[in-house]
Write a protein that binds this ligand. Structure first.
Ligand code: G3P
Length: 219
């Protein structure tokens, strides 16, 4: 499963990229707004940090305006994936942009029927929001599994990106479901490293070695 960071924060992206395991970035208008720079400016900076798909979301709501905005965003860098919401206008814009070779991530997907429409419109990525479904008492991961099955049934090439992942367990469940991509906040990626037995084991290894070879390099 590809790992994407769901943040527009440059420090978090630099840190994640330094680990060598970040395949891409997703942003949304809320995440961009937190950083204080307009979308085009902020995603340009992000493209210099992470070499992978960078989703940049349109803020227009009418199809022709979305198409215009999407084309402008796509010009910023070859790695930009234009993000359109799963509305009637968003699907219309997805079809138009995809037909011109612009890759589109269809966002705010909460049902398998919506995901079917996105694939038919030629979406490069579909983003089901797992955590937000959990929030309202549905099992968000079931949606990921249903979309994967539907896309498999018909050979759709659209990649499934499990979004709104809020915990390491969400990430593991997305991977077990076979999601192509999982996007997560920096905090969740950081938590994936943690295991008390790793810390305990390393501590013991180093103590044992230091006892036997007090002058060894590295100290
Ligand atoms: O990529 C979509 C994601 O940012 C939504 O996450 O936690 O706001 O539901 P959340």
């Amino acid at each position: 499963m590809k790992i994407f960071l769901d943040t527009a924060n440059l420090d978090e992206l630099k840190k994640g990229a330094s680990w060598g395991i970040v395949d891409g970035v997703t942003t949304n208008p809320t995440l961009i707004a937190k950083e204080g720079r307009p979308i085009a400016e902020q995603v340009r900076l992000i493209c210099d940090i992470v070499d992978g798909d960078i989703s940049a979301e349109v803020v227009s709501t009418e199809a022709s305006a979305m198409i215009k905005e999407g084309k402008e965003l796509a010009k910023i860098h070859k790695n930009i994936v234009v993000k359109c919401p799963l509305t009637r206008d968003g699907i219309q814009a997805t079809k138009a942009l995809s037909s011109e070779g612009i890759r589109v991530n269809v966002t705010l997907c909460f049902s398998p029927g919506q995901a079917l429409l996105a694939a038919k419109a030629g979406a490069y990525i579909i983003s089901p929001f797992v955590g937000r479904l959990d929030d309202i008492g549905w099992t968000g991961m079931d949606l990921v599994r249903q979309i994967l099955q539907i896309y498999k049934n018909y050979g759709f090439k659209t990649q499934v990106l499990a979004a709104s992942l809020r915990s390491p367990l969400h990430v593991v469940d997305a991977a077990l479901a076979g999601s192509h991509i999982g996007t997560m906040p920096f905090k969740v990626l950081d938590m994936l490293f943690n295991h008390p037995l790793t810390d305990k084991g390393l501590d013991q290894f180093l103590k044992d070695y230091a006892k036997a070879f007090p002058e060894a390099p590295g100290r």
